[in-house]
Design a protein. Structure first.
Length: 243
């Protein structure tokens, strides 16, 4: 067979057949862990947990502490961005604009614990999270987490030992609260009888979900915390309509 004919046949063999397309890859989640102030020792455990939950949901998780990942072409690869114990000023103005556009394009956000202790000079981010961190009682303390649906308890309360944030405002009325903590069981709470600790809502074209739990590495072994994070990840990624 002549060389020119062989080359032609080989090139035709590489062309896609009509009506067939490459199979899409799995949905992806970006787990952002940059810290500019306090650095949580629990971050590696948080990442491992979120990666396992992502795999369980058929998604691929990419951990990163590089703010340069916040550019439109890269964020377009992801269904959701998780801020896992980020702190301080972690994105510049252009990166913030890319994150805002990602949400407006229908992307999801999931914040874990110190995500609320991040970007105090970025008002849009404060609304995305729902409430900024104010202060916390000393050390790890024990209390009960009360799951909630539509403003009422849903299921039994479960125990937790963690660093329990007080927030600059109570986000109820602006978000859908999905869990509260009982301040009467520990010292240093400042929010009173209604102390939300996890919440969610549609936001600016996308989705937002946050939990204040996750300071201590040990909480990531708690099946109740796993269930909460699973719920948040599925909602943020758009896999579940109800947060």
């Amino acid at each position: 067979m002549r060389p020119l004919l062989i080359a032609l046949l080989c090139s035709l063999a590489l062309l896609p057949l009509p009506g067939l397309a490459a199979a899409p890859g799995p949905d992806r989640v970006l787990i952002f862990i940059r810290t500019a102030t306090f650095h949580h020792d629990s971050i590696p455990v948080a990442v491992a947990t979120l990666r396992e939950l992502s795999a369980e949901a058929g998604m691929t998780a990419d951990p990163s502490d590089d703010p340069r990942d916040f550019r439109p072409d890269n964020l377009a690869r992801y269904r959701a961005v998780v801020f896992a114990n980020t702190t301080g000023d972690v994105l510049d103005a252009a990166q913030q604009a890319a994150m805002e556009q990602f949400i407006r394009n229908g992307g999801g956000f999931m914040g874990v614990h110190a995500a609320a202790d991040t970007e105090y000079d970025w008002p849009w981010y404060g609304e995305l999270v729902g409430a900024w961190f104010h202060k916390h009682p000393k050390g790890l303390q024990e209390t009960l987490v009360q799951p909630e649906r539509d403003g009422r308890p849903s299921g039994p309360a479960w125990p937790i030992r963690d660093e329990l944030y007080n927030y600059r405002r109570n986000p109820r009325g602006m978000v859908k609260v999905i869990a509260t903590v009982d301040e009467s069981r520990y010292d240093g709470g400042t929010m009173g009888a209604d102390h939300p600790i996890a919440w969610c809502r549609p936001f600016d074209g996308g989705r937002s979900w946050y939990t204040g739990l996750g300071h201590d590495a040990a909480v990531y072994a708690d099946p109740n915390v796993w269930a909460q994070l699973r719920r948040g990840l599925r909602y943020a990624a758009g896999h579940a309509p109800d947060c």
